[in-house]
Design a protein around this ligand. Structure first.
Ligand code: KG4
Ligand code: ZN
Length: 338
């Protein structure tokens, strides 16, 4: 069988990234141009600035990636692009670049959902093992999914309100940690102790999550302490907050593995870089004989290698778009019935 090379493009938020992946598993070359330094001046991603920067850099990043791979467009079998979800102006740049390349070079155009990309970040270097449960924890998503084969997603549960990454960023802001706060709160959590009396998030029989109560509790606590003139121990608060989040995520994940009789677990999305979550799941999976696969840290945050990996399986299944592919800021994954 001939090798298949997919060129992936990811521009859904504040990273301009292009990658070439062989047969869905082997990363040949990736370039990620992060705009984080610029957006951190504003305390978060500014959509207009982000799309303008994607416009300025996308062609350079494509050229750099081909150069790094020592390949030309003739060597590419198909072009995969994140078409949803994300910031509309940002998605548009990637989709326009991908459809233009597809048209000019006569290559199939493969639409990839960003979250499916995050899931396939676990397929780089090491093939996914099915059936599996995927805990998706990103800036916009918190979900438990069941997969028995490639590109088949059954939703077991999800957040009823805020996504985990969103709550991390909110908590970071209230304790004056610069954007993006998640990784710093994670670091501080390891330097503190669980001394704050924070509520446990929704702990029921379902696989749904709710983090808004915990978020409000942290915000109220900080404001009350400030009004009393008391200093917050940021490390301790981070530790208490992270423990509540990690405990409920791992509790419901382990329950899902047991109920669905699955012994492969993967984690996906920006928050899968969280050290506390990784440690807790590693410990529980070892105890319960579960194969845990975590993405390499470089594949946790947004990158095009994960899009090219997912794109390979979409391409094999014939998920190919016309030249008029639309960017969809809010589109969900298409789920199969459980
Ligand atoms: O997956 P991602 O790049 O964005 C979406 O696709 O939505 O995830 C970004 C999110 C941000 O909210 C960021 O604060 C969070 O992931 N994040 C973390 C860590 N690293 C990134 N949250 C907690 N601990 C981390 N180590
Ligand atoms: Zn992402």
């Amino acid at each position: 069988m001939n090798d298949v090379y997919i060129l992936g493009i990811e521009t859904s938020c504040d990273e301009t990234s292009v990658s070439i992946v062989k047969n869905g598993v082997e990363e040949i070359a990736t370039v990620v141009l992060s705009q984080m330094d610029i957006h951190s001046n504003y305390g978060g991603v500014v959509p207009e600035i982000a799309s303008r920067m994607h416009v300025e850099s996308i062609t350079i990043v494509i050229e750099e990636t081909l150069k790094k791979a020592n390949m030309s467009m003739d060597d590419i079998d198909a072009i995969a692009v994140t078409y949803a979800p994300g910031l509309i102006g940002c998605l548009l740049i990637g989709v326009t670049a991908a459809s233009t390349l597809s048209y000019i070079y006569n290559k199939p155009l493969v639409p990839v959902h960003h979250i499916i990309g995050h899931i396939y970040a676990n397929n780089l270097n090491q093939r996914l093992k099915f059936p599996l449960i995927s805990l998706v924890v990103s800036g916009g998503h918190t979900e438990l999914l069941y997969m028995d084969k490639d590109y088949s997603f059954k939703k077991i549960g999800g957040t009823l309100d805020d996504a985990v990454g969103e709550v991390y960023d909110k908590v970071a802001r209230v304790i004056d940690v610069p954007y993006p706060g998640g990784p710093i709160v994670d670091k501080m959590a390891h330097q503190g102790e669980d001394n704050y009396n924070l509520p446990l998030p929704l702990d029921d029989n379902t696989y749904n999550f709710s983090f808004s109560g915990l978020k409000s509790a942290v915000i109220n606590l900080v404001h009350n302490e400030e009004q009393r003139g008391n200093k917050i121990k940021k490390e301790d608060l981070s530790c208490s907050f992270q423990n509540r989040v990690v405990n409920i995520l791992s509790k419901k994940t382990m329950k899902a593995l047991k109920e669905y009789k699955v012994n492969n677990l993967i984690i996906a999305g920006g928050v899968s870089a969280n050290k506390g979550l990784r440690e807790k799941l590693q410990q529980l999976c070892q105890k319960n004989n579960i194969n845990l696969s975590v993405p390499e840290i470089k594949y946790c945050t947004d990158n095009a290698a994960m899009i090219a990996s997912a794109g390979y399986y979409a391409y094999k299944l014939g998920i190919i778009s016309d030249i008029d592919l639309k960017a969809k800021p809010n589109e969900d994954i298409i789920y199969n019935d459980i």
